[in-house]
Write a protein that binds this ligand. Sequence first.
Ligand code: 3PG
Ligand code: MG
Length: 410
Amino acid sequence: MSQSKPHASTGQSNIGVPTLDDVDVRGKRVLVRVDFNIPLVDGRVTDDTRLRASLPTIQHLCHREARVILCSHLGRPGGTPVDTLRLRPVGEHLANLLGQTVKCAQDCIGTTTKMDCEDTEPGGVTLLENLRFHAGEEANDPAFAHDLASNAEIFVNDAFGSMHRAHASTVGVVSYLPGYTGFLVNREVAMLSGIRDNPERPLSIILGGAKVSDKLPLLTNLIDSVDTILIGGGMVATFLYAAGYQIDEKFVETQQIGTTSRIIEAANQRNVKLVLPKDVIVTRDLFENAPYQTVSANSIPQGHLIADVGQRAIKEFQASISNSKTIFWNGPLGVFELKPFSSGTRSLAECIVSLPNVTTVVGGGSTAEAITSLGLDEKVTHVSTGGGASLDFLGGTSLPGLEALKRQVT
Ligand code: 3PG
Ligand code: MG
């Protein structure tokens, strides 16, 4: 393992960080941080978007005869092994996608792991066990980062979805190994920078999902370049409240009312079209066969929560984005997993993919899952694998994983 500063690479990613394109990896053990934090139901992978997105980097390394050591977290085990969060089912699914064996290690550090890594053949792939089984991962503990790094000679970060975490596998290891970005990270940064820094206008931003708090920085940051904002999902409640509607406070993020009001005001001042749904589907309880009703947004009955947007809202949403040249969408418009509340998300997704000459970027775990389950993922320009990471990036916050890679070249 090299303790020295990274060697120079001729390949620079669009972020000013060396990228794996030009580094000689033949015969080297390459530690690749991937984001394989994907949904598993009864040990079966139910959405493999993140796995498929990591294939170009893994295949590139295999073709160049690198000895590929993959590492990832899965879920939030809290620093201790949890059987249901073992990565073996993910490794098996990956092996099918790659068409080659993926050896699953018992751990991610320690003597046996090191031997597993050393035994990995050129062109072969070993998947280390869940990083978060060790508390040192999330604590960015230098000793843990050192042990993890000692499995390899080169580090590649291709875990865009985890770039907003300052953990040992995203930040700490860069103190011990020369670090590079992978192809997924390069693509994500290119797509999202386009939206953040230089979007082709009109730009429409569609936000949904339950929580408003993680999305407000993005609106604040992009308020001068956005033309249309559509709001859906549970977060509609906070927007309606801030706009002066009668809303049960139980469903409002009260701490966010001030910022939400300021965004509404800033949108008004700048002639940004901010569209709140005129009608919504509400229910008392969220389950598959729960009774529900469509009501006007100004007459939501007490004790009812917003589970989807209504038909009038959908029509207005569709009309509002029809002339867009760039669309960014994060967060489903309703509780997409439950059938009665999936139609807002489905209708809007179908509308978006039918628009001609638009750059469409869909971000966030549940939005990506929705688009994929509708079979529309191939029809949008880019499905981001980052939820929190893409929101932070567009919100103007620097991503610790990227910053760590940048620091080594300065
Ligand atoms: C995610 O899916 O959000 C990333 O994999 C990061 O996971 P985390 O939110 O548990 O840190
Ligand atoms: Mg997350």
